[in-house]
Design a protein around this ligand. Structure first.
Ligand code: TYD
Ligand code: MG
Length: 471
């Protein structure tokens, strides 16, 4: 016998829906977890969300802003207070110190130095009444103490806690009201009434939202530390990035001595800036002149197969060395291995070298590497990469210390690049006597004294001027 509608209705009214599952890809909501989103067809994107108990209040709000409509001219701009840590590179990439009341996410692969940098920064920030609460969910208090000893940190304003239960952490924050709060790491904390394991997207999202709520209420500056997955995503793919104010990532592999910290997002400063640090016996030390660090020691010029280029990292030019090795393929398919440069870009450059400049790389193994583990992605690096490959093929070294700058087009033409003056100034400081740049970038150029600048229109022309082509 069919059940009357009224009965149906009552039956459904009695069910208490506790959780919903929201797709992180398309945003559709489902009452139960599924491996595949029925709407967009993506796998593993459904994440648990607690439903708010009050009616008409869907999900957790990530910000608490609410204002009346105001004319732009009548909105008062506020000056954000900044806290200087004294770690120069760290302050600089944040835009001149840590912004008071902001939430900073520091990501990186395990062992790269997140806890080390954060403990150093916490020590600098903690003084007198400015308490810093450092919560470690990964290490015991004695392990943190061990690290502090290694960094020679003694600080009465630095409070430590080893805890993973979010409720307990929030309680401690409420009681102590620190000015700065560090959570190491976001993947280890959990909210007891949420079913997912610590580190799952749902847990990370909810825990961060809770912390944000509390921190903005009390005006606490929060640092969240997080691991990245093998693919380079912060575990809990991208869910945190839009919640927090600033995202910093350690970019290098831990095998490298130096560590590059890059700003991916910054509501209070520039993005894409990098800070360069060196891991020493006493923690991370800043490298204030990174160009020297990346360039290597070449007094009279660079050897065959190497070329110098200036990459813009945020607002700062950085001189780097690109090395190439070209050797005859012994059997089968030629090998192409690119480290630090974009593979597809390098393939295009090889094709242009072959077709437009007569460098026959089709039966050669080609290896390209940016020294120091830096990733160079800008088109302005094209000419440097092409020059390194051409030099490696012809076994010729450039005449003197040459800086190569320019984007290479498919017809072999050199295209203009931005901020050439800044790049030349940096090269001038490091004793470069010659620069080869696209003719289109010549306008309004400031040339450092003693530097000879050759403006060219094609890749072939550039290689000839640099002494890598022409017999
Ligand atoms: P750590 O900060 O624990 O990395 P993360 O928190 O990102 O996982 O430390 C990284 C590595 O640095 C570790 O292998 C030990 C090393 N280290 C030093 O070389 N010198 C030091 O002074 C410290 C504190 C650590
Ligand atoms: Mg750690």
């Amino acid at each position: 016998m069919p059940v009357p509608y009224e009965k149906h209705k009552n039956y459904f009214m009695k069910i208490k829906v506790k959780s919903n599952y929201r797709c992180q890809s398309c945003g559709s909501v489902s009452p139960k977890w599924m491996g595949k989103c029925p709407d967009c067809g993506e796998w593993n994107t459904l994440v648990e969300e607690k439903e708010s108990l009050s009616a008409g209040h869907p999900g957790r709000r990530l910000t608490e802003f609410s204002s009346s409509v105001t004319r732009l001219s009548q909105v008062k701009s506020e000056d954000f207070q900044r806290h200087i840590t004294g770690i120069g590179e760290f302050d600089r990439i944040l835009g001149g110190g840590v912004c008071a009341g902001s939430m900073v996410l520091l990501g990186g692969s395990p062992g790269i130095g997140k806890s080390t940098l954060m403990l150093q920064a916490a020590h600098r920030l903690a003084k007198g009444k400015d308490l810093v609460l450092y919560v470690s969910g990964e290490e015991s208090l004695s392990q943190v103490k061990d690290r502090a000893n290694r960094l020679q940190i003694k600080n009465e304003a630095l409070l430590l806690l080893s805890e993973t239960n979010l409720e307990k952490i929030l309680e401690v924050v409420q009681q102590n009201k620190p000015k700065f709060f560090v959570l190491d790491s976001i993947q280890t904390v959990y909210k007891a009434d949420l079913s997912g394991a610590p580190g799952s997207v749902g847990q990370i999202r909810e825990c961060t939202a809770e912390l944000l709520h509390l921190a903005k209420g009390l005006g606490i500056t929060v640092f969240l530390l997080g691991h990245v997955t093998k693919e380079g995503d912060l575990a809990g793919p991208r869910v945190l990035e839009h919640i927090v104010d600033t995202v910093l990532y350690f970019e290098t592999e831990r095998q490298q001595v130096h560590r590059i910290l890059r700003v991916f997002k910054n509501r209070f400063g520039p993005t894409n800036e990098i800070g360069v640090f060196e891991m020493t016996g006493q923690g991370l030390q800043e490298v204030s002149n990174p160009s020297v660090f990346f360039l290597g020691d070449h007094v009279n010029g660079l050897p065959p197969g190497t070329a110098a280029l200036a990459a813009m990292e945020g607002t700062r030019p950085l001189l780097v060395e690109v090395q190439a090795l070209v050797s005859r393929t012994l059997f089968g398919m030629p090998r192409r291995q690119m480290t630090g440069v974009d593979y597809n870009r390098a393939m295009i450059l090889m094709a242009v070298l072959d077709k437009r400049c007569g460098f026959h790389l089709e039966s050669q193994d080609v290896y390209v590497n940016i020294t120091g583990g830096l990733q160079v992605r800008e088109p302005a690096a094209d000419l440097g990469i092409a020059a390194a490959m051409a030099g490696a093929y012809s076994e010729k070294a450039g005449q003197g210390k040459i800086l190569w700058l320019g984007e290479v087009g498919l017809s072999g033409e050199l295209r203009a690049v931005a901020q050439v003056s800044e790049r030349l100034q940096e090269a001038g400081k490091l004793g470069f006597q010659k620069a080869i740049i696209p003719r289109m970038s010549q306008k309004g150029l400031r040339i450092p004294s003693g530097m000879e600048v050759q403006a060219v229109t094609t890749l072939l022309d550039a290689l000839e001027k640099g002494g890598l082509k022409g017999f």
